[in-house]
Design a protein around this ligand. Structure first.
Ligand SMILES: Nc1ncnc2c1ncn2[C@@H]1O[C@H](COP(=O)(O)OP(=O)(O)O)[C@@H](O)[C@H]1O
Ligand SMILES: O=C(O)C(=O)C[C@H](O)[C@H](O)COP(=O)(O)O
Length: 317
């Protein structure tokens, strides 16, 4: 197999979501799928034509097989370490009301959280164009944190670009605990993605623009501020480029950030200019909000072209 352009690793869980609106206490219908920040990005990249590889630990169980099978079916090069001592993690998603989503994690001690430096094969990172990591993995366990730091160090010494999505999850650590851990990784990255609240966790007294300047001083060339329906802003050197979001009827916004990152990185790897990159990223983020799954609505290049053309007519072939 040829080397992947993008490599990423982390935990992907089985995902159970209620199929009706209302509390989990009373829900009857449930749909089974999978989800994890890094594989959401990997699938988004694969759909946009990028060669991408994901590595993770899964349990020696049916849900682990499902995780691997489903990601592989999306065209991602999947490398799993089967952990016979821990189960595949689980995420449960409910819609308490039409306007809200709640996510419950059952991942403490899971196989995915036990990822370690030794799981990352020789040459896997070094032969890639870009390593993508998130702030979820380093907060899963001490071995996972060490794996992220080792991967970033390996990428840097091989001249491989590092992308980091802060992706702070309060269920994993308090902001005061997570802040220094996530800041250390962000300051080693070439490009950092996050929301205003997440930059505030890295640098509590700073605005997002000030956080971008602090990151730049630390050596991180590009900071991308995700702003929900409002779109996004890129801080690169002294330049600030803003792009409005697309107006859509959002059904489920979970996964928008990961789809946005996939859109952004795919355009970056194609060498597109910042305006086109941001427009693509915003479109991918918006499209991810149009259906309930975390990654299912991530667009292919053809879906994307159709969305950007504003084409809402039925497709007839
Ligand atoms: N309601 C929405 N309408 C249109 N675009 C959206 C909406 N929510 C998110 N997006 C798009 O997805 C991107 C990421 O969403 P955001 O909520 O900012 O990140 P995250 O999911 O990481 O918290 C936004 O920058 C925007 O491009
Ligand atoms: O792996 C985890 O801990 C997750 O939470 C998986 C999430 O479903 C996605 O990462 C969605 O995140 P956003 O794109 O920011 O909405």
């Amino acid at each position: 197999m040829t080397a992947a352009s993008v490599v990423t690793f982390g935990e992907t869980m089985a995902l159970v979501r209620t199929t009706e609106i209302g509390s989990l206490r009373h829900a009857h219908g449930m749909a089974l799928g999978i989800g994890g920040a890094e594989t959401n990005v990997a699938i988004g990249l694969a759909r946009l034509g990028v060669a991408v590889s994901w590595l993770g630990r899964v349990g020696d169980d049916s849900l682990g097989e499902r995780v691997a099978r489903e990601i592989r079916a999306e065209g991602v090069d999947v490398r799993t370490v089967v952990d016979t001592d821990a189960p595949t993690g689980l995420m449960v998603k409910e819609r308490p009301s039409a306007a809200s989503t709640a996510v419950h994690y059952y991942r403490a001690g899971s196989a995915g959280s036990r990822i370690a430096d030794a799981d990352l094969p020789d040459g896997w990172i070094e032969d890639a164009s870009l390593l993508h990591v998130t702030g979820i993995t380093p907060l899963l366990s001490s071995t996972a944190r060490s794996a992220v730091l080792a991967a970033v160090a390996r990428a840097r010494s091989a001249g491989v670009r590092v992308s980091f999505d802060i992706n702070y999850r309060s269920a994993l650590a308090a902001a005061t605990v997570a802040g220094p851990v996530l800041r250390e990784i962000a300051e080693l990255a070439d490009i950092v993605f996050g929301g205003a609240d997440e930059f505030g966790i890295l640098y509590p007294e700073a605005s997002s623009a000030e956080a971008a300047a602090l990151l730049r001083d630390a050596g991180c060339a590009t900071t991308v501020l995700k702003q929900g329906p409002a779109g996004a802003t890129v801080f690169a050197g002294d330049a600030v480029v803003e792009s409005s979001g697309f107006v859509i009827d959002a059904i489920d916004t979970v996964g928008a950030g990961d789809a946005f990152v996939a859109g952004y990185l795919s355009a970056l790897l194609e060498g597109l200019d910042v305006d086109t990159t941001l427009r693509r990223a915003n479109a991918c983020g918006a499209m991810a909000c149009l259906t309930p799954g975390d990654w299912e609505a991530a667009p292919t290049l053809r879906d994307l072209a159709r969305f950007l053309d504003g084409d809402s007519d039925p497709v007839r072939r």
